[in-house]
Design a protein around this ligand. Structure first.
Ligand code: KG4
Ligand code: ZN
Length: 349
């Protein structure tokens, strides 16, 4: 079965083709992402109106390239998958409507895919053997979720962020530090040359037994620390080493909370496989800490390749393919939902 997936929930326009093989495996044939980051960087964050306008202009070229790289024609596609939410509503509508239009024209089924389910399953796109029962940590710009995944369509939410998501915390703190959008990769890069112990930033909810997160206190701690470091109030006056040390301290705080809670969740659920996904799973410090902690606990850690951590359509095509194989198609009337929850309202037929 060959599935074309389209993603446009935020500031990446993406299309990908993925197929199931005769041996029961999966093959990613192409994954094309056109990013709008340079455009939104001018404004310090994503401007929804600009995002949707740019999805409209970028999508035809992205679709053509995805089909060309895969060496397939639209008529060969068995099902079309489109992100149904969560995300920016007008941005979602572009890719979602395109997937429905293609399905209608080609007389093939449509599959509505939850963006978070796409992230959650993305570590298994390139790992042979499908999706085993595992403990999933999804850390993106909008969400921090711990999920007990029994199968690709059967999972339970164990914990979530009570306030800012991990990526959101990185981005907001980076903004305070005068770093460009998106701040997560900037903090990650600068942290490499910083001392993570110079600033003892809080580890919220670390010792509480539940599996929820909170990152807004960390933001406040940085806010109160900055005036002591730069009397001028301008973060650009921070000396390079102090900036690197603040970044290392922030990364260490977020990493420690994520790693400790993930390991605790794996222990509680007795899962032996841990999969981590979403834009923040690209973080070098987090990847190293997870690797070390999982090795110590003798857990298998599955991480997506860096290109599949931030928004992409390979994850939408993969989640769509798994649903299509199960016959879980969606009516063309299925609405987009900017607040779609994991395991939420995608209609199934
Ligand atoms: O999954 P994603 O592309 O979009 C959402 O679904 O939200 O995640 C984007 C988030 C942004 O907050 C970005 O700063 C963060 O992922 N991010 C990182 C890194 N790369 C991307 N955060 C920390 N370290 C990174 N290397
Ligand atoms: Zn995402």
């Amino acid at each position: 079965m060959l599935v074309l997936g389209i993603e446009s929930s935020c500031d990446e326009t993406a299309a990908a083709l993925m197929e199931s093989t005769a041996e029961g495996g999966y093959r990613l044939l192409s994954s094309v992402v056109s990013t709008q980051i340079p455009l939104h960087r001018l404004y310090g964050g994503v401007i929804p109106e600009l995002a949707s306008r740019n999805h409209i202009t970028a999508l035809p070229g992205v679709l053509r390239e995805a089909l060309e790289r895969a060496g397939r024609g639209v008529h060969e596609v068995d099902a079309f998958a489109g992100t149904a939410g969560p995300g920016l509503v007008a941005a979602l509508l572009v890719g979602n409507t395109a997937a429905k239009a293609l399905a209608l024209a080609a007389r093939k089924p449509f599959v509505a895919v939850n963006h978070l389910e796409g992230h959650m399953l993305s570590p298994f796109i390139t790992r042979p053997g499908g999706v085993p029962p595992h403990l999933g940590l999804v850390v993106s710009g909008g969400h921090s979720l711990l999920v007990d995944v029994r199968s690709s369509s059967d999972y339970a939410l164990l914990g979530r962020s009570a306030d800012d998501a991990a990526g959101e915390a990185f981005d907001k703190i980076a903004k305070m530090l005068g770093l460009p959008y998106p701040g997560g990769p900037e903090i990650d890069r600068l942290a490499e040359s910083g001392d993570p112990e110079r600033f003892a930033f809080p580890r919220p909810m670390l010792h509480e037994s539940h599996l929820n997160f909170s990152f807004s206190g960390l933001k406040t701690a940085v806010l109160y620390t900055l005036p002591k470091l730069v009397p001028s109030g301008d973060p650009h006056d921070l000396d390079a080493q102090t900036l690197a040390d603040v970044c290392a301290g922030v990364r260490a705080a977020i990493t420690e909370v994520l790693v400790r809670k993930t390991l605790r969740a794996a222990k509680q659920t007795r899962r032996r496989v841990v999969a981590v996904s979403g834009g923040v799973s690209c973080n070098a410090g987090l990847r190293r800490a997870l690797q070390a902690a999982c090795e110590r606990a003798r857990l298998e850690l599955v991480l997506p390749p860096p290109s599949l951590t931030t928004d992409n359509a390979a994850m939408i095509a993969f989640a769509g393919l798994l649903r299509a194989e199960a016959g879980a198609y969606s009516p063309l009337e299925t609405p987009v939902d900017p607040n779609l929850k994991l395991g939420g309202s995608q209609a199934r037929v």
